[in-house]
Design a protein around this ligand. Structure first.
Ligand SMILES: Cc1cc2nc3c(=O)[nH]c(=O)nc-3n(C[C@H](O)[C@H](O)[C@H](O)COP(=O)(O)OP(=O)(O)OC[C@H]3O[C@@H](n4cnc5c(N)ncnc54)[C@H](O)[C@@H]3O)c2cc1C
Length: 454
């Protein structure tokens, strides 16, 4: 396996004078190197492919890697292409908080109410397999994704409870994303950046995917463009009817002396920092990377810049002794700045992902609306698409029923929520009562129920 070289970030700790290191990689904030996943874009794309994947986030890259890996293991050759509108890692997947959580954003009670208990059990059981899949990939593929073991839950009065059961942990999202892309590329997947797809035509048994640089005729298409894919590809606009956009951002602190981190997180196991979250409705959640706190709180209906002072207040509610401990150690006040300016999150009204296939031959797959749970869920759904396509290319049964189970969900249309103001009110009203109950239950079980909720 090739070494995964990561892009430089201005938050990277310098190992020695003048030496660049990519230790900090939440976001390619100052990316001066070519990403390892990048393939030069040919002057003209005009080819036949077996599978064209639109979008290089968790879903698209997991599909690409797993499909290529299965084909290789079976001694088959599949011509797999990923077309990414921007750069790999430049979308939400490269900028998430990195919390890997094996729960759906919809609670079991919510799913039971709408779709019945059987569905709640099935989907919940599938979701629980996500973190192990992510962790196995990181280990097997030697991705430099910096797993942070455990999870720290902070209650309303600052009381801390640390969990270490592998169902929740932290990773660095950008190296995970880039690493998956590189491993897929090593298996022969062609990854083209700056190649936005403009059309997907499906007629007369022929499917054609068009970009400004040319087109592919293909047997299968995977629509993994996340938020807004339906707006950029007119033929897929129907896919945009059941999802809507909310925005999340994060802030980052100056470096904090290790003794301060130990003082604010006494419950963290072995004194190592853990990813953390509170149990409030307007959830605050964060990670400590290279002695900096990365923190996010709440999600918004608009892409207004983050309110850093409000976020700091949320953080200090969780760790009340942080400002004083920092000042004692450094003589200064702790400073924060924006790390991730508001990025779109793709939600559905029932907080379950939208998964399915369409097209004349059911050969256009999609999985989006991950509702803030993209790492575990997106990786798992990407694999489930790969399994389904592979079974069809080899005329073998698909033993993995994840794709079919999620495709059973009949989502309500959210057209009214395309308006940001309506969305702000409706989302709260629709989800709040269940969430209050849910938080109570989850706290009782010592679990985190809400990850990115209002
Ligand atoms: C600040 C923040 C914090 C978050 N924290 C967490 C967290 O801690 N844990 C967690 O699990 N999730 C978290 N999320 C959510 C997570 O990032 C998303 O759920 C996930 O990235 C969605 O993955 P995806 O593959 O569906 O789509 P994306 O990551 O959106 O990738 C889709 C890609 O498709 C490309 N694309 C779109 N249209 C086209 C087109 N027409 N042609 C070609 N390419 C196209 C886009 O450029 C994009 O790169 C967070 C998100 C944000 C913004």
């Amino acid at each position: 396996m090739e070494k995964i070289e990561l892009p430089y970030s201005k938050y990277a700790a310098l190992k020695a004078e003048g030496e660049r290191t990519a230790a900090f990689n939440f976001a390619a904030v100052d990316n001066k190197t070519n990403l390892p996943a990048q393939s030069p874009l040919p002057a003209k794309l005009e080819n036949n492919a077996d599978v064209v994947i639109i979008g290089g986030g968790y879903v698209g890259l997991s599909t690409a890697y797993h499909l290529a890996e299965q084909a290789k293991s079976a001694g088959n050759t599949l011509n797999i292409v990923v077309l990414e509108a921007g750069k790999i890692g430049s979308g939400p997947s490269g900028h998430s908080m990195g919390h890997v959580v094996g729960q759906l954003e919809a609670t079991p009670d919510q799913i039971t109410k709408i779709y019945g208990a059987e569905m709640a059990v099935k989907l919940g059981a599938h979701a629980e397999t996500g973190p192990a899949l992510v962790k196995n990939l990181i280990e097997k593929l030697e991705l430099p994704a910096g797993v942070q073991q455990g999870y720290l839950v902070v209650g309303p009065n600052g009381e801390q409870q640390s969990f270490n059961d592998d169902s929740m942990f932290g990773i660095r999202p950008l190296p995970y994303t880039l690493g998956l892309a590189q491993r897929a590329r090593e298996l022969g997947v062609k990854i083209y950046e700056n190649a936005p797809v403009t059309h997907v035509d499906d007629a007369n048994g022929q499917t054609r995917v068009t970009t400004a640089h040319g087109a592919f005729n293909t047997k299968f298409v995977v629509g993994a463009g996340g938020h807004g894919m339906g707006q950029t590809i007119p033929e897929l606009s129907a896919l945009d009817k059941n999802n809507f956009t909310l925005y999340a951002s994060t802030i980052i602190s100056d470096q904090i002396p290790p003794q301060v981190i130990k003082a604010i997180m006494p419950q963290a196991q072995d004194g190592k920092p853990q990813p953390f979250a509170n149990t409030k409705i307007d959830v605050g959640y964060g990670s400590i990377v290279d002695n900096r706190i990365v923190f996010g709180a709440g999600i918004k209906a608009t892409d207004r810049p983050p309110d850093i002072e409000r976020m700091k207040r949320e953080l200090y509610e969780m760790f009340p002794n942080l400002p004083a401990e920092y000042k004692k150690a450094t003589g200064k006040d702790l400073h924060f700045e924006t790390l991730v300016a508001p990025k779109a999150l793709d939600f559905t009204l029932d907080l379950l992902p939208e998964v399915g296939k369409r097209g004349v031959n059911d050969n256009i797959y999609f999985a989006h609306g991950l509702s803030g749970r993209g790492i575990a869920l997106g990786t798992m759904l990407g694999k489930s698409i790969a399994d389904d396509i592979f079974a069809r290319t080899t005329n073998t049964p698909n033993a993995n029923n994840v794709f079919n189970d999620f495709a059973q969900v009949k989502h309500a249309k959210t057209a009214i929520l395309k308006n940001a103001a309506v969305r702000a009110v409706a989302v709260t009203a629709l989800t709040l009562p269940d969430r209050v109950n849910d938080v109570k239950k989850m706290v009782a079980r010592g679990r985190r129920a809400l990850h990115l909720g209002r």
